[in-house]
Design a protein around this ligand. Structure first.
Ligand code: FPP
Length: 263
């Protein structure tokens, strides 16, 4: 049973902390995907170097992972480094590539204890070896865990992912393993790096930017979006709950209509 902040369906329980929304535990999104943005601005506001913002952002990753687990979210996908982020100054890129090691070096025991499974989407092969090794080690150490899936999008780009999927399907057609007419949406979904994951129910982007930045373009087709001005290092449990409360108030029709509107 979740704590008193979460109401049983139809129940009357009031939130202990009135600032926090009362959530319906039967409508928790299965998969939450987050574009973690605003680290640089958080640092700038404090006259700190950008990397200080990324380091603070890493602490938010821990906080939000714990909260997602507590709320019963099944998959948390975090956009940690895009295929376009290589354009940043070299010292910043090097710092970002060290963060998975620091994060996992510090928190892997906690993730193991919490039954969290670490996985990643993105181009693992072209990560610096030390980054790739840290992630591989964490994926291996948590492979048998069946709790929250903490999915890092690292060196990830959705167009590259879709391109690779198309290439693999085209190859299957060229080799007569399938016919072109057999290609359908489920085949494309199955050829993506997220093949084993449910599609995101809720997408969050922090820092006030309102764009997708090449993130999960196929997978987000029917996802609910929630944008906040809060910068990622300031994002916390209350903001996540707020996002989920908004999600719970949405009416997901998947292109259809409500039953009462079928006249
Ligand atoms: C975007 O903010 C953020 C990133 C490109 C990096 C996100 C990475 C983290 C939050 C830490 C990841 C931690 C682990 C464990 C991998 P920005 O730098 O573009 O911010 P700005 O728009 O304010 O400049």
């Amino acid at each position: 049973m979740l704590d008193k902040l979460i109401r049983k369906k139809g129940g009357e329980a009031k939130a202990e902390n009135e600032d926090r929304p009362v959530l319906d535990e039967t409508v928790i999104p299965r998969h939450v995907a987050i574009i973690m943005d605003g680290n640089g601005r958080w640092a700038k506001k404090r006259s700190l170097p950008r990397i200080a913002g990324h380091h603070e952002g890493m602490k938010t990753v821990r906080k939000i992972t714990r909260e997602a687990d507590r709320l019963g979210i099944k998959v948390l996908t975090l956009y940690a480094f895009s295929t376009e982020n290589w354009k940043r100054p070299k010292p910043e890129v090097e710092f970002l590539m060290r963060l998975p090691e620091e994060f996992l070096g510090t928190y892997l025991p906690e993730l193991v204890e919490r039954n969290v499974r670490v996985r990643m989407i993105g181009d693992h092969e072209h990560l610096p070896p030390h980054t790739g090794r840290a992630i591989t080690r964490a994926m291996e150490a948590t492979a048998d865990n069946d709790g929250l899936i903490l999915n890092f999008a690292m060196n990830y780009g959705s167009r590259a992912e879709i391109t690779e999927a198309v290439r693999s399907i085209a190859k299957a057609v060229a080799e007569n393993r399938i016919g072109a007419d057999e290609i359908d949406e489920s085949m494309i979904t199955g050829a993506l790096m997220t093949a084993e994951l449910p599609e995101p129910d809720l997408l969050i982007r922090t820092s006030g930017e309102v764009r997708l930045s090449n993130f999960m373009l196929w997978q987000l087709a029917y996802t609910e979006f929630w944008f906040t001005d809060t910068l990622w290092p300031d994002f916390d449990e209350n903001r996540l709950q707020e996002a989920i409360a908004v999600y719970q108030a949405r009416n997901r029709r998947y292109g259809g209509v409500d039953k009462e509107d079928t006249d």
